[in-house]
Design a protein around this ligand. Structure first.
Ligand code: SAH
Length: 343
């Protein structure tokens, strides 16, 4: 059975026309599932009985079951969702002053093997489908009774290792009859898969791009992120330049401050030299402790020095605050904890 959340409105229209229905029926279905947020085809009261019966027999509507939910002291909520095949993924809802932001997972596990990230402790088992990506948001809207305004693809997994499904997901999320979340409110974060960054620059929907840089030179980056051995920093930065030239959109570089590893002022100097002229933002992220690893968080004073140095050298930077730390929902802490399937 197909997952209704996995289709763009155009793809659904083609399928419905193929089954003898009308093109506009797809728009009606979209309005029901994404705007009126119903959870059953039988609630779609303006559709003919025939169409409802067809939808019931050909499409599934709840591909995710919620297994566990945790709420942090700052209001951040983490959901553990069980998929059709009993695997599980985590999704995080953050209450921001500008709206409701959801961090979705793109794969079950991750094969990128970054040396500081908890997700990498679980090798990739499979990609999430576009429908499973969309359903994470739909389920959270239903469970929390809110409308999601911002989406970041920064949970478990490497989105550019699941490129086609992530792009389909963005189309569905962005469509005015879908979740209608603006392209500037959608951000994809990658560890730096160069050919996909270049492909992303040519996509018609201009969602935001964030790059996990975390180092100021190749020697260090290859040591802490093994993807750098395949796609060195020079090529990643060059791809960002192409992206900026083609789209006019600023790239964000994420930079976790790891005590004694990448947080010296000389490294801030080196970083500014490497990215100058790109008009990029550097997002300095506090490291969230993962007990299997030996890294430690840079203290505030040293973090401020690093930040000041970047700014003095003309680089736009922000020092990000942590959210959801007390429930392991902060960056790089997501991992499955479903012991057995109870669907
Ligand atoms: N694979 C993608 C998206 C998922 S990771 C990527 O690499 O960008 C989302 C962000 O969290 C990345 O910048 C990642 O490097 C960062 N991160 C991983 N582990 C972390 C940790 N323990 N503390 C803080 N940030 C972490």
């Amino acid at each position: 059975m197909h997952d209704i959340y996995g289709f763009t409105v155009e793809a659904l229209a083609d399928r419905l026309v193929g089954a003898g229905f009308k093109k506009f029926n797809a728009t009606q279905v979209f309005e029901w599932i994404y705007q009126k947020k119903v959870a059953a085809f039988s609630d779609m009261t303006n559709l003919s009985k025939d169409l409802r019966a067809h939808l019931e027999s050909a499409y599934a509507m709840t591909p995710l079951a919620v297994k566990r939910e945790q709420i942090a002291s700052d209001g951040t909520r983490k959901f553990l969702f069980v998929l059709d095949d009993c695997l599980a993924v985590e999704t995080v809802l953050m209450v921001q002053d500008y709206g409701m932001s959801v961090c979705v997972s793109s794969q079950v596990g991750c094969s990128m093997g970054c040396s500081f990230c908890a997700s990498g402790l679980l090798a990739k088992i499979r990609d999430l489908t576009a429908g499973e990506l969309v359903a994470q948001i739909v389920m959270i809207e239903r469970l929390a009774g809110i409308s999601v305004t911002h989406v970041v693809v920064m949970g478990t997994g490497e989105p550019f290792d699941n490129y086609d499904n992530v792009i389909e997901f963005i189309k569905i999320v962005n469509h005015p009859k879908g979740l209608a979340i603006g392209q500037r409110h959608i951000t994809v974060s990658t560890c730096g898969i160069v050919p996909r960054i270049l492909q992303y620059a040519d996509e018609p929907i201009r969602s935001n791009l964030a790059i996990s840089l975390h180092a100021s030179n190749d020697e260090l980056r290859s040591r802490i992120m093994k993807i750098n051995r395949a796609y060195p920093m020079k090529d990643v930065i060059e791809a960002c330049r192409v992206y900026f030239e083609k789209t006019g959109r600023r790239v964000t570089f994420e930079y976790i401050l790891l005590s004694g590893v990448n947080d010296a002022v000389e490294q801030a100097d080196e970083l500014s030299d490497r990215i100058r002229g790109l008009n990029a933002y550097v997002n300095l992220i506090p490291y969230n402790h993962v007990k299997e690893f030996h890294y430690a968080r840079t203290d505030m004073e040293r973090a401020m020095k690093f930040y000041d140095r970047l700014v003095k050298r003309g680089i736009n930077a922000v020092l990000r605050k942590e959210q959801g730390g007390d429930i392991d929902a902060a960056c790089g802490q997501l991992r499955m904890k479903a012991d057995q399937c109870e669907r």
